[in-house]
Every structure is written in structure tokens, then in C-alpha cells.
Design a protein around this ligand. Structure first.
Ligand code: AMP
Length: 293
């Protein structure tokens, strides 16, 4: 395994793999502090591709003022050890200056999908995401790039970005990996105290309650949202930021849930830590055995 810090080196290594070795490349973009969620993407990349590149880059442009960019957990030594065990070929770990050199002034904005939900709570977030993913896709030129359903809106934004700007990469979205408690695994869970970890499981519990109510016949999005709100707010350490019930493709608000796949997305503070989670109602079952969430 090689750790690459320079964009130019990454470009030329990837070019060689494509041209001279005629191998497929899988890219797994991450911000590091790797956990089982990331590793599920790495495992699938390893299964599907000849060469696996994992990028580790805490992307400043997707953090807003007052967010946790400075304090975001970073541990490249530990990440490297994990990725060595997973037989990854390259870690691309550039500095901020390498990705955003002096005079950088080009940003990518996926209009329409970027302004609601996470975009409303975190203005500019998806502009940062779309910009860095564009740079990563252009640097590595992967055949496949792997992302998690944990960040449902991000997955949509990236799919749209790749379609609209005609990137020659297939986007693979993989299911949410959870703790035994149901808590969606996240690098930000490291901010939680033990008590908060336990409280944080309320987010998933609320989603499951809504899912069960739907199974029992509830079709009103408003009532399902209320159920989530009251469940989360019954936990003293939790404060709901938003619950949104939308079409899974357009993110348009849904009032009555009929046959179409419908996203329930939640963001909540547990103490000072902001966490997100989601589930899909009327999920279209995949034939390849992808796990339901
Ligand atoms: P991050 O390092 O948080 O930017 O995440 C990198 C990638 O891992 C993104 O595509 C995330 O959606 C994905 N990811 C993070 N947590 C999970 C999880 N619990 N299950 C599945 N994928 C995840």
C-alpha cells in the first residue's frame, strides 16, 4: 500500500493503472476516523474492483462557520493500519493546500437538491461536497465510487452531479451500518459521552416507530413526523433539528405516503453533537441481496 499526498502523483498512478494495466479502480471518499461504516464501503470496493483507492480528506469547504472542522477527529496512523488490513492499494491523503491551492475559485453547485434538509441547516455544505467529489473523481478517474446511504441527501447530490457533468464513474450506494443499539455509526459518535451514546439510540428508535406505524397503515406524513418528534424529544439529552418526509429522488415534501419510495430523514442534537439518520419506506428491494435498512 502507498500513501499519496500529492494530487499529481495520484493522477499519474491512476492513469498508469488504467492505461498500462487495464485494471478497474474503485474510489472510497472519506474524511477519515474510519469505522465499520467506511469499512463496509471498502469491503465492497475490494470485492468489485482490481485496485482500491481510499481518500482521507477533511474537506474544509463542506463545513460552515462555527461547525467542527477544527475539532473533527483525525488519525491517519490508525486509518492506515485499518486500511492495510483491508488490502487497500492506495490512500490518497492530500493537504488542504493540495486540494485548494492559492487562487482556487471554482465551485460546483447541484441546484435543487442542495438547499433542503441538510442544506437548509448547513448552507453551503453540498457545494463543498460536490466540489471536493468533483476534484476527487477527476484526480482518480475511478470506474466505481462508493458512498453510504447514511448520508442520503449526499448520495442523491453525488448521483445527480455525476449524471449532469457526465463523469465516467458508476456510483455505488451501500446500506447504513449501525451499532447494536441501532445508532448509525459515525465519526462524530466519538464526540458522545457514554450516556450520550445510549441516548443517541433514540434517533433510530424513532425511525423504527415511524416505520412500524406505516406498516400498520398510517399514511399521513405529518402524523409520522409527529411520532418521530415526540419520541426524540422524550429523551432529555436529545433535541430534534428537523424531520423530513420526502420523495427519495426529488426530496420534495410528501403529505400522504402512497406506493412510492419515501425518505424519512432526521437530524438531531445529542448534547452538543449533531447526528443524522434516515430510513426509506416502500423501499424497492434489490435482487443482488443488498441489505434492507
Ligand atoms: P465521512 O467520512 O463521514 O465523510 O463518510 C465517508 C463515507 O462513508 C460517506 O459516503 C458516508 O455516507 C459513508 N458512511 C459513513 N457512516 C456510514 C455508516 N454508518 N454506514 C454506511 N456508510 C457510512
Amino acid at each position: 500500500m502507498e500513501i499519496i499526498n500529492r494530487r499529481q502523483r495520484m493522477t499519474s498512478v491512476a492513469r498508469k493503472i488504467r492505461r498500462e494495466q487495464d485494471k478497474t479502480i474503485g474510489l472510497v471518499p472519506t474524511m477519515g476516523a474510519l469505522h465499520e461504516g467506511h469499512l463496509s464501503l471498502v469491503r465492497e470496493a475490494r470485492r468489485m474492483c482490481d485496485v482500491v483507492v481510499v481518500s482521507v480528506f477533511v474537506n474544509p469547504t463542506q463545513f460552515g462557520p462555527g461547525e467542527d472542522f477544527e475539532h473533527y477527529p483525525r488519525d491517519l496512523t490508525k486509518d492506515t493500519a485499518l486500511l492495510t488490513d483491508y488490502n487497500v492499494d492506495y490512500i490518497f491523503a492530500p493537504t488542504v493546500e493540495e486540494i485548494y491551492p492559492r487562487g482556487f475559485s471554482t465551485y460546483v453547485n447541484v441546484e435543487g437538491l442542495s438547499e433542503q434538509l441538510e442544506g437548509a441547516s448547513r448552507p453551503g455544505h453540498f457545494r463543498g461536497v460536490a466540489t471536493v467529489v468533483t476534484i476527487l473523481l477527476n484526480t482518480v478517474r475511478p470506474d466505481f465510487a462508493f458512498f453510504g446511504q447514511k448520508d442520503a441527501q449526499q448520495a442523491l447530490v453525488i448521483r445527480r452531479l455525476v449524471r449532469d457533468l457526465a463523469f465516467d464513474a458508476e456510483i455505488v450506494i451501500l446500506p447504513i451500518v449501525r451499532e447494536d443499539s441501532g445508532l448509525a455509526i459515525s465519526s462524530r459518535n466519538l464526540y458522545l459521552t457514554n450516556d450520550e451514546q445510549q441516548s443517541a439510540a433514540v434517533i433510530h428508535r424513532a425511525l423504527i416507530k415511524a416505520k412500524n406505524a406505516f406498516k400498520e397503515g398510517e399514511r399521513s406524513a405529518g402524523r409520522l413526523a409527529d411520532l418521530i418528534r415526540t419520541t426524540v424529544e422524550a429523551e432529555p439529552r436529545a433535541r430534534l433539528d428537523y424531520v423530513a418526509i420526502t420523495d427519495t429522488e426529488t426530496l420534495e415534501k410528501v403529505d400522504r405516503i402512497e406506493e412510492k419510495p419515501t425518505l424519512i430523514a432526521v437530524a438531531a442534537y445529542i448534547g452538543k453533537t449533531r447526528l443524522i439518520d434516515n430510513t426509506i419506506l416502500n423501499k424497492v428491494k434489490k435482487k443482488d441481496g443488498a441489505a434492507p435498512q
